[in-house]
Write a protein that binds this ligand. Structure first.
Ligand SMILES: *Cc1c(COP(=O)(O)O)cnc(C)c1O
Length: 368
């Protein structure tokens, strides 16, 4: 059996250090926003080449607070993509603003900058590109349009820890970048976690207050805030794991390269395209197939687990029907949602297993 991801294998590889970090926190008696979280913030900001990092409880909270710090509120519009995890749009809704969806580029499945300008209205307050699967959106083109209209760009980098665009790290190009430490992400906590990175001092100060009840000092509430604090035990564990992130990322990239080499010219699937000037960190390795359901079932019968990221674009989700979108509004996103299939990828996956997966995929050429 080959799972889609294997969190137990990662834990086993660093068990001693993770256990020690967790036990250190248990013995300390300090369980929320302590020294470990503060150090994680310094280390993660440095990792992203940003001035500040503010740790929170989820990636969704990171997005919510970044939007609030950018002044987004009721009656505003925020431009984003529909081909993403639902949290991107939900965080916009939390502020009272309305998500406005633009289509994605067919090759990278990230925000199509050529669709951006037509979506800007006098109500537009921010733009939220998503670095889907671990590859950054076309940030120069997006920033050029955003700058022309004086709009802040907030990066949804929840799948893109360590990804780069022309040598610049994810999270360092927009006014802020939002990361998730959900266990299955490239850098995952043993529970929930998230972080905002920014080089804007004002945004950092606001977000730092908002995550802890809007306090400037204890019981002095300047803003209507939230309880979005990070647990100290997660901070300690994430600090251990951050030291391995570059090695894990290179392992992901090597597995992806092997997949892509073996799948080049495949009649069954189309391998994803990695753009030359971007460092793809392969949170997801998604192929495309015109008979995705059949392929997924056939692989499952061979003991190979796959995933769908994502089968329904946000604009067609029942929960967001009030936005008034219809099938056909975003054709590239809708086609991607029908065709993508995520193959197993994680640092501990062996190259032999990659070959097994590809052999199983190619076998389907004769059946479908
Ligand atoms: C995981 C994810 C989120 C939300 O992160 P949580 O930590 O689960 O709240 C937001 N956007 C994208 C693109 C994600 O993949």
């Amino acid at each position: 059996m080959i799972p889609l991801l294997d969190l137990k294998a990662q834990y086993a590889s660093i068990k001693g250090e993770v256990d020690a970090a967790a036990l250190r926190v248990l013995a300390s008696g300090h369980y929320v926003l302590g020294e470990e979280v503060a150090r994680l913030e310094e280390e993660f900001a440095a990792y992203c080449n940003a001035r500040h990092a503010i740790a929170v409880n989820t990636g969704t909270s990171a997005l919510h607070l970044s939007l609030l710090a950018a002044g987004v509120g009721p009656g505003d519009e925020v431009i984003t993509v529909s081909f993403t995890f639902v949290a991107t749009a939900s965080a916009i809704c939390y502020t009272g603003a309305r998500p406005v969806f633009v289509d994605v580029e067919p090759v990278t499945l990230t925000m199509d900058p050529t669709k951006l300008e037509a979506a800007i209205t006098p109500r537009t307050k921010a733009i939220v590109p998503v670095h889907l699967y671990g590859q950054m959106a076309d940030m120069d083109a997006i920033r050029a349009i955003a700058d022309k209209h004086g709009l802040p760009v907030i990066e949804d980098a929840c799948q893109a820890h360590g990804a780069e665009y022309k040598g610049r790290r994810a999270g360092s190009i927009g006014v802020s970048g939002c990361f998730s430490f959900y266990p299955g992400k490239n850098l995952g906590a043993c529970g929930e976690g998230g972080i905002v990175v920014t080089s804007n001092d004002e945004h950092a100060k606001t977000i730092r207050m908002l995550r802890d009840w809007g306090q400037e000092q204890r019981y002095h509430h300047l803003l209507k805030g939230f309880n979005y604090r990070m647990d100290e035990i997660q901070g300690a564990i994430l600090r251990v794991k951050l030291r391995y992130l570059e090695d894990w990322t290179e392992a992901r990239r090597a597995r992806a390269d092997r997949y892509s080499a073996l799948l080049a010219g495949s009649r069954v699937v189309r391998a994803p395209v990695a753009v030359a000037d971007r460092r793809h960190v392969y949170h997801v390795y998604a192929v495309r197939s015109h008979d995705r359901e059949h392929l997924q079932h056939a692989l499952r019968a061979d003991g190979i687990h796959t995933g769908l990221h994502y089968p329904i674009p946000v604009h067609l989700q029942k929960a967001h029907a009030d936005l008034g979108y219809r099938t056909g509004d975003l054709p590239v996103s809708e086609a991607a949602a029908r065709e993508v299939l995520s193959l197993p990828i994680y640092p501990e996956l062996t190259l032999r297993q990659v070959e097994q997966v590809v052999a199983a995929v190619e076998q389907e050429a004769y059946v479908s």
